[in-house]
Design a protein. Structure first.
Lengths: 157, 74
């Protein structure tokens, strides 16, 4: 099926689903033992996002589950955690982040954060947008490897 | 309807309070549900209602109704 507006650049593929937790270690164990996810990265500290993150994936699946937790009491994620928001965001991989941001802004979404370097994806940038319903979306520049090899879990090195 | 009343309708919808009355000095501190997410929802709804786009850097400094009104067309 063709995109309804051929002038709209595609957002690319779903890269990960961000799931907000208070305790990444406990959550990772839960997703492994309850649903069969495999841990695919170490816990990554990202001071810019005031967050710690860890990537898990179902065997054979193409996108990740990103466990996200605040990195301290001043984290900008604390408010969402207090409101018991768990499904936090969807992240799409895009070829040209500026073009997609411009397109999404024209489509009526709000740019929460302009592109900045990402701790989890060295050499690539991420940006954040929100829609009128208050749902949060992350954009990550396309690139390889899909996750930083520096952050691959010990078991995968 | 003046801009404040039009904005009041948006606040009532986003904050889910049908009888809410706002003034220019109404601030985030005056309503526990007016957080940063609600600010973006209010801004997007206002952009749609007033057929305009607010600059991102101005949105980041919104704390009061007055801060939004100053960004809207007269």
């Amino acid at each position: 099926m063709e995109h309804p507006d051929a002038t709209m650049p595609p957002v690319g593929r779903l890269h990960h689903i961000g799931y907000l937790v208070a305790d990444i270690t406990a959550a990772a164990e839960h997703w492994q033992h309850s649903f069969g996810y495999q841990v695919e990265s170490d816990v990554i500290e990202d001071p810019t996002q005031t967050a710690r993150v860890q990537f898990l994936r179902l065997p054979g699946e193409s996108h990740w589950l990103e466990l996200v937790s605040p990195d301290g009491s001043d984290s900008k994620l604390q408010n969402a955690l207090a409101k018991k928001i768990r499904l936090h965001h969807l992240c799409y991989e895009v070829e040209n982040i500026e073009t997609v941001l411009k397109s999404l802004r024209q489509a009526g979404l709000f740019i929460v954060s302009e592109p900045v370097p990402a701790q989890a994806f060295p050499g690539r940038r991420i940006a954040w947008v929100m829609d009128a319903g208050g749902y949060l979306f992350e954009l990550v520049e396309a690139g390889q490897p899909p996750l930083s090899s520096a952050h691959l879990a010990q078991s995968l090195r | 309807m003046d801009n404040l009343l039009r904005l009041q309708e948006i606040f009532r919808d986003i904050l889910d309070e049908p009888t809410l009355t706002i003034s220019e000095e109404f601030s985030m501190a005056d309503h526990e549900d007016w957080d940063s997410v609600a600010t973006v929802q209010i801004v997007l709804a206002a952009e749609n209602a007033f057929n305009t786009r607010l600059p991102s850097d101005a949105v980041g400094s919104i704390r009061k109704v007055k801060d939004i009104l100053e960004q809207l067309p007269a």
